[in-house]
Design a protein around this ligand. Structure first.
Ligand code: PAF
Length: 289
């Protein structure tokens, strides 16, 4: 596996592959890799001839009181795992190379229609930081396709939207949510959970599944379902951030006439903020008959 940190070198590597007719897949990460990232790598490998993974802890997506300084940086272990997963190239840019004039208010990419809701309310500016760095990484790596995890559902929609609006020639693919055996979605920040919190953490996924199965069984009182889901989070000792029923394609508030739904949830547990979601397809009236 090749390691590249220079922007021009990264671009040249991919251009060579593409000139040789090879399809290049890309998985952007902030490192501290776990099974969830490796599932995205597997997906990229299945769909392309060469796979590039970036590791870059992006200062522009952390709020002033967030964990940028202490975010786990596990470069050597990450590179060993990527090598073992058959990744061809890892891109490790320095902060100064990505933001030579500082990560402050320069040109930035914003997807307004997906701001002001869900994760953006408790992490204002987060998606602008993500959208900006993803646009930069896609312009540097110039992959044919890029894989983003479905766990960060709002992030995936932000990236799909910016790629469409900026006419970037890349296919954005949603990669599966990898779960621990008890259902907890894998996340780099799960390392912040104490042993006791780790035992309680799967309650988020269970609450989302509870709401999903009641929706699928035709419960008409959606506010009641949301209240039940939030109660389950509190009973597990979590402080809910949100749990909602949204339209899957644009995260707008869902109406009872919508069929493709997503139930996103986020909750604080000790030092960790957990997020997860469950998709639901309700039968159309024709299918019900
Ligand atoms: O999901 C992440 O790890 C990050 O938000 C991403 C997409 C790598 C951008 O920094």
């Amino acid at each position: 596996m090749q390691r590249i940190s220079g922007i021009a070198d990264m671009r040249a590597r991919v251009v060579d592959w593409q000139r040789a007719g090879l399809r290049v897949g890309f998985v952007p990460t902030m490192g501290n890799l776990h099974g969830g990232h490796l599932a995205l790598v597997d997906k990229a490998r299945a769909l392309s001839d060469r796979v590039v993974v970036s590791i870059f802890v992006n200062p522009a997506q952390f709020g002033p009181n967030e964990d940028y300084a202490t975010y786990p940086r596990t470069g050597e272990a990450d590179c060993a795992a990527l090598d073992a997963s058959g990744v061809d190239c890892v891109f490790l840019p320095a902060v100064d190379a990505m933001y030579p004039d500082g990560a402050g208010p320069r040109t930035r990419v914003e997807v307004p229609e997906l701001n002001g809701m869900l994760c953006d309310v408790s992490r204002p500016g987060f998606f602008n930081g993500v959208a900006t760095v993803v646009a930069k990484l896609l312009n540097i790596v110039t992959p044919d396709l890029a894989v983003f995890g479905l766990k960060d559902y709002q992030q995936l929609l932000v990236v799909q939207r910016l790629v469409r609006d900026l006419n970037l020639p890349v296919d954005i693919i949603g990669g599966p949510i990898a779960r621990e055996p008890d259902g907890l979605a894998m996340s780099s920040r799960n390392v912040y959970l104490t042993a006791d919190e780790r035992e309680r953490a799967p309650a988020l996924y269970r609450a989302l599944c509870h709401v999903a199965s009641r929706l699928e069984r035709g419960e008409p009182d959606w506010p009641l379902l949301v209240a039940e889901g939030l109660d389950r989070l509190r009973e597990a000792g979590m402080q809910p951030d949100y749990l909602e029923i949204r339209r899957a394609d644009d995260l707008a508030e869902a109406l009872t006439s919508d069929h493709e739904l997503v139930i996103p949830g986020a909750a604080y547990l000790g030092r960790a903020r957990l997020i997860d979601n469950v998709r639901v397809s309700l039968p159309t009236p024709g299918q019900r008959d």
